[in-house]
Each structure stands twice: as C-alpha cells, then as structure tokens.
Design a protein around this ligand. Sequence first.
Ligand SMILES: *[C@@H]1O[C@H](CO)[C@@H](O)[C@H](O)[C@H]1NC(C)=O
Ligand SMILES: *[C@@H]1O[C@H](CO)[C@@H](O)[C@H](O)[C@H]1NC(C)=O
Length: 223
Amino acid sequence: MMLIWALLSVAYATNVEDLVGTWTTKSRDVLTGPGFYDPLHDKLLEPNLTGISYSFDADGHYEEAYYRAIANPTDPSCPTGIMQWQHGSYAVASNGSLTLTPIAVDGRQLLSEPCRKDIGTYTRYNTTEHYETFSVGADRYSGILRLDLTRSDGIILHPMYLAYRPPKMLPTTTLNPTPTGSHKKRSLSESHLIIKEELINPDRWWWLGVVMTSLGGMAFYCS
Ligand SMILES: *[C@@H]1O[C@H](CO)[C@@H](O)[C@H](O)[C@H]1NC(C)=O
Ligand SMILES: *[C@@H]1O[C@H](CO)[C@@H](O)[C@H](O)[C@H]1NC(C)=O
C-alpha cells in the first residue's frame, strides 16, 4: 500500500514552477487577463464560447476566469450563463495540495438568466479553492502541455492547456479597494450587489441552448 502510494506520488509530483503560465480549456476562448475582466470600467467581457482559464505567476499570484452554462432541463433553450473572475495568491502545501486564496473585494460574478430576467445580476464573488493535487504534463494526443486540477472531492476539472508562458494576467494587486463609509451600513445582499447589467447578446444564449441540447444530459459544462 505504502509502496503504491509512494510510486503514485512520484509519478504525479509536479514542481510549483510547472504551474506558471496561462491555462485554458479546449475552446481556448476563455483566457485570464484584460480580455475577460476590465477593471477600469468594472466589467466582465463575454467570450464567444464557454470555458475556464487559470493563470499562475512565479511569485505566488493566480487569476481565474470562468464562463459556464447551466442547462435548464425544463426549457433547454434557456440555459443560465455564469461568468466569474477572481485573483489572489496561491500556495502549494508539503503534501502537494494547492490552495487559491482570492483578494475578497476584487472577485466578480455575472449571472444571466435570459428567459427569466432582462438583466444579468452582477455581484462580488469570493471563493477560496482547494485542490488535492495538480499535475502538469504533455497531453497524450496533442503533445501540448496540460494542467489537471483535482478537487478535494476527487472531481477532476476539465483539462486545461498551456496558452501563454509567461502568463497573461491583470495586475496582481488589489484592483478595487473596499468601499468605505456609507457602503458599510448596507445589508449583506445589497453590499454584494454591484450593478445590474443589461443582458448580453440574447442570440448567443439561444445558440448555446441548441448546443447544450445536442449535448444531451450534460448538465454542467464544468463543475
Ligand atoms: C494537505 O495539506 C492541506 C494543507 O495543510 C490540508 O488542508 C489537506 O487536508 C491535506 N490533504 C491531505 C490529503 O492530507
Ligand atoms: C471571503 O471569503 C472568506 C472565506 O470564506 C471569508 O473569510 C471572508 O470573510 C470573505 N470576505 C468577504 C469580503 O466577503
């Protein structure tokens, strides 16, 4: 048992430096950096296709971009769209697990339910992520460097492929300082709500619905 464990840990051991770069899922359409989040106008920019992207620099900073669709089983032409962006610091523990701690005030989420509301809900987003293991290696088919992140519950994220090295990232410092004064008096839900944004391109959601339908029972693009 111990021997198998030892062999596995050797086989999957990956250096922290191997993480450095910008990684993206197969569509290659979702990438961290200024193309996904515009901090100056505090706006998330909708990619053409769903996907996820993570970037890591050599100094312990990370950035992540998610664009996911969740199918609506009762009305397949009405998927919910979610965009999420966070950045902060990462640490690799001695047992090889990876923890991503966001800068709490900087994370953003845009939730779009085109068939229920004409406007998306734009809020703060702050979620610490733990991954039991990560591995970097050449993909068996494409030969492109690939990153696999395994969550604590054993679920492996969709594989991501190296897009840039060095990584393409926004400034790694706090971009939106905590609101002060009167903002603090607001209730939690209000303070987390930033603005309501007009829904982006409904046509695209219709096509996404068609694609999701053709994928059948696949409820989540990525969990
Ligand atoms: C690995 O270390 C991290 C941080 O100390 C801890 O949270 C996690 O539970 C550990 N994982 C295992 C499998 O022991
Ligand atoms: C962000 O999340 C962490 C961990 O769940 C929590 O301790 C912290 O209070 C949160 N910060 C804000 C500003 O919501």
